[in-house]
Design a protein around this ligand. Structure first.
Ligand SMILES: [Cu+2]
Length: 352
């Protein structure tokens, strides 16, 4: 199996902050970090990830955050966070004899070396070769059937949030390497849910990448949105010391900063936001120059809040709906600045 880049294991969280925040820290007068001063953005570092010269424009525009230099080989990774935003998996659909809709999915757990930052490999544990795993989408009352195969050297499972029988809960039946299991249950309640591995040590199994979004649409549907995006707030512990070194929406730090999400003025945008962060107690989402309606867990069609910032603890999730009034580039990011500076930041590019 591919192993993570050796240089990674030797880097501490502090090193990552130095790499990512060299400029800010140098400005603060930390002489030991002078090598990372933004005036010398290409100072030697153990990886190619370092302070990104703010004058080094992407598409002629400045990035919202310093980010990292270089490109990720998304073809080699096999998935691109831009595509994951809108990749809804409705399964193989058929009708059962009782008239119920059956949605069938094939899922395998795998081990995969993923380039998580330019030049930096991480040994991820994946569902269907990607992080986050597939976004399963169905309608309330549908029968869900997941044919799960564990193609890794470790035991894994799939634990779905929602209402279902105990023997479909993915907790007491870890699937051994090479093993198979069929999860089958009716989708309820409607709302925004998630799934993840539930095998000990749980934090590591989740943080390695075994998670995904599970959307159960209400029978009557939701009002038609112009754009729908899935965002999982993630963190990754690159050196396996029990602390996150980088943060992101959909696993790859700074991706939506470097590749802004394009929307149009006046469009109804719906974001399915899930917090799957391990090792830190709370995550947050802040939208710039706008407000959104917030539907916690998506289990009601009536929003409970009109705000520009929300917090979520682990496994909390909610639906955000908003429209932009003016064209421009608008950040969205964790309002814990450390998370934003270590990768959890993105941009909506609103066109007229
Ligand atoms: Cu696992």
């Amino acid at each position: 199996m591919p192993q993570p880049d050796k240089t990674f294991r030797d880097l501490s969280r502090r090193d990552f902050i130095k790499l990512g925040l060299g400029g800010a820290l140098a400005v603060a007068g930390t002489s030991a970090l002078a090598a990372c001063n933004p005036t010398t953005p290409h100072a030697a570092s153990p990886t190619t990830a370092h302070y990104n010269d703010p004058h080094n424009a992407i598409d002629g525009a400045m990035l919202a955050m310093p980010g990292f230099d270089g490109e990720i080989d998304y073809e080699a990774n096999g998935f691109n966070p831009t595509n994951l935003l809108t990749d809804f998996d409705y399964g193989k659909v058929s009708t059962l004899s009782n008239g119920q809709t059956l949605r069938e999915y094939n899922v395998f757990a795998g081990v995969k070396a993923v380039e998580i930052m330019p030049g930096v490999m991480y040994e991820a544990w994946t569902y269907n070769g990607r992080v986050p795993g597939p976004t399963f989408r169905c309608t309330e009352g549908d029968r869900i059937r997941i044919n799960f195969v564990n193609a890794t050297p470790h035991p894994h499972s799939m634990h779905f949030h929602g209402i279902h029988p105990g023997n479909m809960d993915g907790v007491y039946e870890p699937i051994p390497p090479g093993g198979k299991f069929v999860y089958e249950f009716d989708a309820e309640p409607f709302g925004l849910h998630l799934y993840h591995c539930h095998v000990f040590p749980l934090a590591e199994h989740i943080a390695r990448g075994l998670y995904g979004t599970f959307i159960v649409d209400p029978k009557q549907g939701r009002p038609q949105a112009d754009r729908e995006f899935v965002m999982m707030m993630t963190g990754t512990d690159l050196d396996f010391d029990g602390e996150n070194d980088v943060y992101a929406v959909n696993f790859i730090p700074f991706h939506y900063d470097k590749y802004p999400i394009k929307i149009k003025v006046g469009e109804l945008v719906r974001v399915y936001l899930v917090n799957i962060l391990e090792f830190d107690p709370v995550n947050s989402f802040h939208l710039h120059a706008n407000f959104f309606h917030y539907y916690p867990t998506g289990t009601s069609l009536t929003p409970v809040e009109f705000t520009d910032t929300i917090a979520q603890m682990q496994a909390q999730r909610g639906i955000l709906e908003f429209r932009y009034k003016f064209p421009g580039k608008y950040m969205f990011h964790a309002h814990k600045t450390e998370f934003a500076e270590l990768g959890w930041t993105g941009v909506f590019q609103v066109e007229g």
